[in-house]
Design a protein around this ligand. Structure first.
Ligand code: PEP
Length: 294
C-alpha cells in the first residue's frame, strides 16, 4: 500500500502560543469505546533536571488554565489519558509534579533481565518502583541505533507486563519499506513477533503505536486516512492472533511528527486512539494543545 505524504510545516516557533477553545469535556469513548491516550516521549531531552521540571510545570500550568477544555484523568475511561516519558533521572520528580493533574509517567525502555552485571541498563522493577505505569518497547530509535531485535523487544514486552506495567509497542515501516510498498507486511511481522506469547488477558494492558519511521522527527506526517488504514490493518492482525474483542479494544496510537496543526485530523479517524509525540512534547504549549485535541 502506498501512503500519501503531507509535508507539515516543521518550523513552528518555540514561543508560539496556541489558543484552545473551551468546549467542555469530550466523551470520545462514546465514539469508539477506547479511551484516548496521548503520550509525550521526551527522548534524551531536556539537558538538565531544572529544565525538565520547568517543562513539566509549564505543561501543568497550561492544563490548569485550560480546565474544562478537556478532561484529563488516566483512571477515568471518559477522560483522555496522558503519559509523559522523561529520561530516567527525571522520572520521579516529574511524576511528583504531574500526578496532581491526573497524568502518568512512563519509562522510555527497560532491559529484559531482572538484575545483574548489565552496565547502563535499567530493570523493570526499578522503573516500577519509581511509579512508572508505562514503558516504551520497540521504538524505532532503539531498533535502528541500539540493535533492538524483535526477539529482545518481545522479552521486554513480557517483562513489562510481568511487573504490572503497560507496554506501548512501537511498530512501523522505514522509508525503504514504505517505498517498496510493504508497510502491512512489516507491521504484521513486528506485531506478531513482538507480542508472541502475550496472553489475551494481558492484551488489555498493551498499547500499540503505529509510527512510520520516515515520519519520526522529519516533519513528514502520514496522511490521516492512510494512517487510519494501517491502524485498521493492525486490528486484522490482532484479530488473527487473538480475536475480534482484542482487535477492537486494543488502543492504537499514531506517532510521527504530530503537531497542534495535525492532531485534530488524526484524532478524527475511527481507528486512531491517541498519539505518541516526540518533538512537540518538548514545548508545553504545543503538547497542551495536542492533548486538548478537538
Ligand atoms: C517519537 O519519538 O515516537 C516521535 C513520534 O517523534 P516525533 O513526534 O518528533 O516525530
Amino acid at each position: 500500500m502506498k501512503l500519501s505524504i503531507a509535508l507539515i510545516a516543521s518550523a513552528l516557533s518555540s514561543a508560539s502560543a496556541f489558543t484552545t477553545v473551551n468546549n467542555g469535556p469530550r466523551f470520545i469513548t462514546e465514539l469508539n469505546m477506547r479511551q484516548p491516550i496521548m503520550a509525550g516521549n521526551w527522548k534524551m531531552n531536556p539537558a538538565t533536571e531544572a529544565d525538565a521540571l520547568n517543562l513539566a510545570n509549564g505543561f501543568c500550568a497550561l492544563l490548569n488554565e485550560m480546565q474544562g477544555a478537556c478532561a484529563i484523568d488516566s483512571d477515568n475511561p471518559d477522560c483522555t489519558e496522558v503519559v509523559l516519558f522523561p529520561p530516567f533521572p527525571f522520572i520521579s520528580k516529574v511524576k511528583d509534579i504531574v500526578q496532581k493533574n491526573g497524568i502518568d509517567v512512563g519509562a522510555q525502555g527497560v532491559y529484559y533481565e531482572d538484575k545483574g552485571a548489565f552496565t547502563c541498563s535499567v530493570a523493570a522493577s526499578m522503573v516500577k518502583s519509581v511509579g512508572c505505569e508505562y514503558v516504551l518497547c520497540g521504538h524505532s530509535e532503539r531498533r535502528a541505533l541500539f540493535s533492538d531485535s524483535d526477539v529482545n523487544i518481545n522479552s521486554k514486552v513480557k517483562k513489562v507486563l510481568e511487573f504490572g506495567m503497560k507496554p506501548i509497542l512501537c511498530v512501523g515501516e522505514t522509508q525503504d519499506e514504505y517505498d517498496l510498498g510493504i508497510t502491512q507486511e512489516v507491521c504484521a511481522m513486528q506485531v506478531s513477533k513482538d507480542l508472541a506469547g502475550v496472553s489475551k488477558k494481558d492484551m488489555k494492558d498493551v498499547v500499540i503505536a503505529y509510527e512510520p519511521v520516515w515520519a519520526i522527527g522529519t516533519g513528514l506526517v502520514c496522511d490521516a486516512d492512510a494512517a487510519n488504514e494501517v491502524h485498521k490493518f493492525i486490528r486484522t492482525v490482532l484479530a488473527k492472533m487473538y480475536d475480534d474483542e482484542v482487535a477492537q479494544s486494543t488502543r492504537i496510537q499514531y506517532g510521527g511528527s504530530v503537531t497542534p496543526e495535525s492532531v485534530d485530523g488524526l484524532m478524527a479517524m475511527s481507528d486512531i486512539d491517541g498519539c505518541l509525540v516526540g518533538g512537540a512534547s518538548l514545548f508545553a504549549d504545543k503538547f497542551a494543545r495536542i492533548v486538548n485535541f478537538d
